[in-house]
Every structure is written in structure tokens, then in C-alpha cells.
Design a protein around this ligand. Structure first.
Ligand code: PEP
Ligand code: MN
Length: 683
């Protein structure tokens, strides 16, 4: 008989039972997700089946808890397990339904950092759900490098972190989004779980230094301060800190640990000495997937939309903009301000709202928002991954009241065929302390062209004395003949600016080409797009990116609809400070330079919220006709006029016949006042 028999460990059979149960659990989960996928495939083809069946989920939860309790399991524990399972089921089905993106054979996605970093993990996870095709995920040294690669077409997507639940917003990434025409097409929320990684075989007592990204070191404050005599070493990022343990002289690595992800530790063959190191259990980073083109997610997915807007610098402007969402019952999930680089102490606002851009509620709210912002960019709609974390078993938000469907062009009123009621929100444009729109009547006057310093100074004096409130004058002239006076260019802009400042009149001048934009921006308050350029879409696109009011003149042969579509170029670029201008069109009639289409004023009022002014001078071509046409325009409901007047018309180098004398201008103002008053407008 063996004197020292090896007694069977009594735990062995129990542990075997646990191992068996685990194996079964995994098999059962695999079976469950296989069924979930099959349901997803049905939902993909049957577009009427909603993605979420809240009622069914409620029933599943009730049964699950009941069964768990009957078997002696605590309800909170069972609820947590089910929550994880259902979250994953949603994601699996979403991925099946929402097959978007470029049709490249291989999708390239960039991120900042290196393999093993939280960014790399989030990118791999998101891409795996977005496409069943091949993907290549590459790390870049800096956020800017990811942006550049995306803009150059090197990659289709870039995944960048925008905010962290502890550290807040990541300014560099927000700046990148502001400065480039990039779109947000998806988001990922990543649970950051820090571990302490060391070379294999090392013990806690060996650790003298811990290196990691400074933010990670800060997040693990409690853990680090519990270790006596251990130095903290800031490192460029968590994954590089882990990789660095394998480099350098042996003694250096054998007393150093790194705070990184579990995956980074595994990737570099390191041991994990401690887990869950962060002070707070919840440490999440939200990433956005950027692309060059916007994408439209399946309408059944709960989505968010990101917007970037600016408002005028006056009291209540932001509240007014935000109230649009409240009125449409659109939930705001984030708001942040960013300074405007060229305007110290003025800001633009990043806003995330629930819903898809073209859903009735949000589309309606965006039409209203455009009317109260000076600039609005829609950054994209994408499936929401933040909303459901704690409420995925709750009812989805009450659907917002159905609003009118999205219009064909966004400057068009919600119901194009219906007359605009008096309270329909109209947009207005602020120029200094002048508001164009909102029941005001704004008279802009001045010579056709800036001809000399003295001429424009005299012109500005005349304009001021007449009661007009803004000064016009072309520095770049679009002349029908190349031999005619082409304007003084930059010199003219400087004289115009000087005259405007001296007589406290904001200035309007025409911008002819994209190259002239910076100079005109620097010297004038309002940019004019002339009739000959209304179809210059490249110019309109550039002007759409500016934060400066634009007067858009109707092309000589353009329909009202074409004028609105040209305005749409400006609006869709983000510039909402658009003023339309009727200036006469070409008809068979030759007794005037052009036929002033007075009817376009009420027609435009019906179709668009944008302010409308009239230029009677270029329509008439004859000073004697300017005043009657101006009066007709005011009576028809125009928000203002732009007229040509010269201090000495006989000397005018341009459009002499239609230039009003100073006295004519005064007379016109006197005749206009009662009509403006009768319209209930304020001069
Ligand atoms: C002008 O206003 O100076 C001008 C050239 O007008 P339009 O573009 O309407 O001809
Ligand atoms: Mn002119």
C-alpha cells in the first residue's frame, strides 16, 4: 500500500462542472447570436420591420429575470448579463442592416497611434461591424496626419477620438473637423480599461517605474499613489509605453511597467499584474469616423446628427438657435463652443442632436435653424452608440411631432405652394448694427464703381446725407466690354473701406473671382455676386464657406428657381447670410435696360425665408425710371433697395445714364418713406 497516497482534490469535479458550464455557455451564446443574425437578415430585406422591437425586449427581460430568480440568481446580476447580450445583438443586426460606405475592394481606415492603442481597438471593432469586406487599419503619428491622409484620398475613413468621459473634449480633433470639409459617418464608444503590464515573470515588488500616456496616469491616481516609491513616467501613448518595455538595456525594462490596454499587453507578450486601474469605473472615449462624403444610415437605426453653427453676436442669439430644437422636440446630446480663429472672443458651436438629418422633425428644425444662424454646417448623421448604454431597454424617445417633409432646396419655405403666414420664421442678415429683414427697410446706395478716393468719399457723404444706411461701390467691375473701365481693384477696395469708415456706412462690393475673395473679405462688409456670376458655382461654393453676408443678384436670364438654387450653393456650404437681389431680367422689351420683375418679390417671399432686395438701377438703365421702380419695389414688399447714385453723374466712368444725382437720391428717400411706413416697416 502506498504510504502517501495522492488524495483526489475535492475541488476537481466541481471545477470540471464549471468548465463544462462555461463551454456550454459559449455554445449557447454562439447559437443565440446565430439566430440574431438570421433575424437581422430578414430585417435587412424587409424594410418595414423595425430594428428594435421594444415590446419584445420587455417581455424577454421580464421572463429572464423571473427565470433567474426562480433559480436563485440575483435580478441585478441577471439584468446586467442580459443588457450586454442585447447590446451586442443590436450591434450585430445594425451592422447587417446598415451596409454603407465606399465600394472599394479594400477599405482603408486611419487612426492616431499604433497597434494595441485604444484608438486601434476601436477602429478594428467599428470597421468589423461596418463591412464584411477586407479592411486595412493603419496608425498615423498625429491627428493631423490622419486628416491629411483622408483629404488626400490615401484612406477612405479616419477614426479619431472627440471626447472622453473623464477628460472631456479633444480640442485638436474638433479643430480638424471645423477646418476641413469632412463628414462624420459613424461613431464608436470605447470602454477604456487600463491594466498594468510588465515583462513576463516580473512581480509587483519589482516595479519601480510606471510609464504611460499622461492622461492614463492621471486616471489611475488612486492605484499609483497606493504604490510606495514608484515613479511615474509620461509616455507618448499607452501602446508605445507597453512596446517600450521590450526595448533598451535589460535592467531598465525589469523594473518598469506600463499602463495600457489588455490587448496591448497581449500583443507585446507582456504579463498583466493588475486590472481595472482607473479611479472611476466608467472611462469611455467617443470616437467619430470621418469621411470625405456624407453617408445616409438606414432610417430604422437610432441616429445622431452633428452640426456646427455660428450665430450673430447679440443677446439671446444662442438661446434662439437652441429653442428651435426644443420646439421640434429634438433632443440635444452635446453642445460645445470653439473659438473663431479670425474673430477673437467669438465662437461657433458644435451640437449633436438625436435623429437623422432628413427625418421630418430634424429637417423642419434645420430649416428654422438656418433662419437664425449666420452659418450652419451639417457634419453628418450616423448610428448613435451613446444613447442606449443605460436605457436600451427603455422605450425609445417619443417620436417628435411630424413636421413637413424636407424641401427640395433648403432656402425654400416648408410648403412652397402656400402663402407665407405673417409669423413664418424669416431669416435676417446682420451687417454691423443694421438688420436686413425682420421688418426693416434697408437702403444701400453709391456709385456703380469706385473711381477715385475723392469720388467715393464724396459719394459716401452723399449717401450718409440722404438717409441711406449702406455704401455700394464696385472695385472689380464685370464689364460687358473688355475695353471699358474695369475698376480700381485693390486700390478701390481701400478707398471704399476708408469712405465707409469715415461716414460710418457698412460697405457692399462685388467679388468677381475666387482669387479676389481674401482682399474683398478684408475690406468690405458685404460681398456681392453680380448677375453675370450667379451661375458661377465654383465662386458660390467658396463664398458658401465664408462667414460674411452675400448679396446674390439674379442672373439676367435666370428663373426664380435658378436664383434659389444658386442661393442653395451658398447655404449648403454653410453661409446662411444670404440676401437675394432682383435686378431685372432680359425680355423682348427694349425700352429699359432690363425688365424689372416686380412679381419676383412676392413670389420669392412665398418661396423662401431669405431677405430680398431690389436693384432698380440696373433694371432701368435710365435715372428717370429709377425712382418709380424703387417705389414699386418697396410697395411690393422688398426688404430694401440697392441703387446707383454718383456725386457727379456726368463724370461717371460706369453706368452714367442710370446714376442718380445727389438730389434725386434725397427725393427718392422722401418718396419712399410713406410707402415703407405703409408697409409697417422700419427704415
Ligand atoms: C452692379 O451692381 O454693380 C452690377 C454690375 O450689377 P449686375 O450684376 O446686376 O449687372
Ligand atoms: Mn452698375
Amino acid at each position: 500500500m502506498d504510504p502517501n497516497p495522492v488524495l483526489p482534490d475535492p475541488l476537481d469535479p466541481i471545477r470540471k462542472e464549471i468548465d463544462d458550464a462555461d463551454r456550454q455557455l459559449i455554445q449557447i451564446l454562439a447559437r443565440r447570436f446565430d439566430a440574431v443574425k438570421r433575424v437581422g437578415s430578414v430585417k435587412r430585406v424587409d424594410e418595414d420591420t423595425p430594428l428594435l422591437d421594444t415590446e419584445r425586449e420587455r417581455r424577454i427581460q421580464a421572463r429572464w429575470i423571473q427565470d433567474a430568480e426562480a433559480l436563485g440568481l440575483a435580478a441585478p446580476f441577471a439584468r446586467r448579463v442580459l443588457k450586454e447580450i442585447l447590446n451586442h445583438s443590436h450591434r450585430v443586426q445594425e451592422a447587417l442592416i446598415d451596409q454603407r460606405g465606399p465600394a472599394a475592394a479594400r477599405i482603408h481606415c486611419g487612426y492616431q497611434g499604433q497597434p494595441g492603442s485604444y484608438s486601434a481597438l476601436a477602429a478594428a471593432h467599428l470597421l468589423a461591424h461596418r463591412t464584411t469586406g477586407e479592411t486595412a487599419i493603419n496608425g498615423y503619428p498625429a491627428f493631423q496626419d490622419v486628416g491629411k491622409a483622408l483629404i488626400n484620398g490615401e484612406i477612405e475613413y479616419g477614426l479619431l477620438p472627440v471626447e472622453n468621459s473623464i477628460g472631456g473634449s479633444i480640442a485638436d480633433v474638433n479643430r480638424l473637423i471645423c477646418d476641413h470639409n469632412l463628414h462624420i459617418v459613424d461613431e464608436e464608444v470605447w470602454q477604456v480599461e487600463h491594466v498594468l503590464a510588465v515583462l513576463p515573470g516580473m512581480q509587483m515588488a519589482d516595479v519601480r517605474t510606471i510609464r504611460s500616456h499622461p492622461a492614463a496616469l492621471t486616471q489611475c491616481e488612486t492605484f499609483l499613489s497606493s504604490l510606495e516609491g514608484v515613479a511615474r513616467e509620461p509616455w507618448s501613448d499607452t501602446a508605445t509605453a507597453a512596446a517600450s518595455l521590450l526595448e533598451g538595456p535589460a535592467h531598465q525594462r525589469r523594473d518598469t511597467g506600463a499602463i495600457c490596454s489588455e490587448e496591448a499587453a497581449r500583443l507585446f507578450g507582456l504579463d498583466v499584474l493588475a486590472r481595472s486601474l482607473a479611479d472611476r469605473e466608467c472611462n469611455e472615449t467617443r470616437f467619430v469616423l470621418l469621411a470625405r462624403e456624407p453617408e445616409t444610415p438606414d432610417s430604422r437605426l437610432p441616429c445622431k446628427t452633428s452640426l456646427l453653427f455660428r450665430v450673430n453676436h447679440h443677446e439671446g442669439a444662442l438661446v434662439h438657435a437652441l429653442s428651435v430644437f426644443a420646439e421640434a422636440r429634438v433632443n440635444l446630446t452635446r453642445i460645445e463652443s470653439r473659438p473663431l480663429p479670425d474673430m477673437p472672443w467669438e465662437y461657433q458651436f458644435f451640437v449633436d442632436v438625436e435623429g437623422q438629418m432628413d427625418s421630418p422633425a430634424l429637417a423642419g428644425a434645420l430649416i428654422k435653424l438656418r433662419a437664425v444662424c449666420t452659418n450652419l454646417r451639417t457634419l453628418g448623421s450616423y448610428p448613435s452608440r451613446t444613447r442606449r448604454r443605460d436605457s436600451h431597454l427603455d422605450l425609445p424617445p417619443v417620436p417628435a411631432e411630424a413636421a413637413a417633409p424636407a424641401p427640395e432646396v433648403s432656402c425654400v419655405m416648408e410648403v412652397p405652394s402656400a402663402p407665407a403666414p405673417a409669423d413664418r420664421s424669416r431669416s435676417s442678415v446682420r451687417i454691423g448694427n443694421i438688420t436686413l429683414g425682420e421688418g426693416n427697410f434697408v437702403l444701400i446706395a453709391g456709385p456703380c464703381a469706385v473711381e477715385s478716393r475723392q469720388q467715393i468719399l464724396d459719394g459716401a457723404r452723399m449717401v450718409r446725407a440722404s438717409g441711406a444706411v449702406m455704401l455700394r461701390g464696385g472695385a472689380f467691375k464685370p464689364r460687358t466690354s473688355p475695353h471699358a473701365f474695369q475698376g480700381l481693384g485693390l486700390e478701390g477696395l481701400k478707398y471704399l473701406q476708408e469712405a465707409g469708415r469715415q461716414y460710418e456706412l457698412p460697405t457692399v462690393t462685388e467679388v468677381l473671382t475666387i482669387e479676389d475673395i481674401p482682399a474683398v473679405m478684408a475690406h468690405a462688409d458685404v460681398l456681392q455676386v453680380g448677375a453675370r456670376n450667379m451661375h458661377n458655382f465654383a465662386l458660390l461654393k467658396e463664398l458658401g464657406r465664408l462667414n460674411k453676408p452675400v448679396i446674390l443678384k439674379r442672373g439676367m436670364s435666370a428663373t426664380v428657381k435658378e436664383l434659389l438654387l444658386a442661393a442653395e450653393y451658398l447655404l449648403s456650404g454653410g453661409n446662411l447670410q444670404v440676401i437675394l437681389c432682383e435686378r431685372g431680367i432680359r425680355t423682348f422689351e427694349t425700352s429699359t435696360r432690363a425688365t424689372l420683375d416686380i412679381s419676383s418679390v412676392p413670389v420669392l417671399k412665398r418661396l423662401t425665408h431669405l431677405p430680398i432686395i431690389v436693384d432698380p438701377s440696373h433694371a432701368a438703365g435710365d435715372r428717370e425710371l429709377v425712382i418709380p421702380l424703387a417705389l414699386a419695389a418697396a410697395a411690393a414688399g422688398a426688404d430694401g433697395l440697392i441703387v446707383e447714385a454718383h456725386p457727379r453723374p456726368e463724370e461717371a466712368l460706369c453706368d452714367k445714364a442710370q446714376a442718380l444725382y445727389p438730389d434725386d437720391l434725397t427725393q427718392m428717400v422722401a418718396a419712399l418713406r410713406p410707402i415703407v411706413a405703409a408697409q409697417g416697416r422700419v427704415w
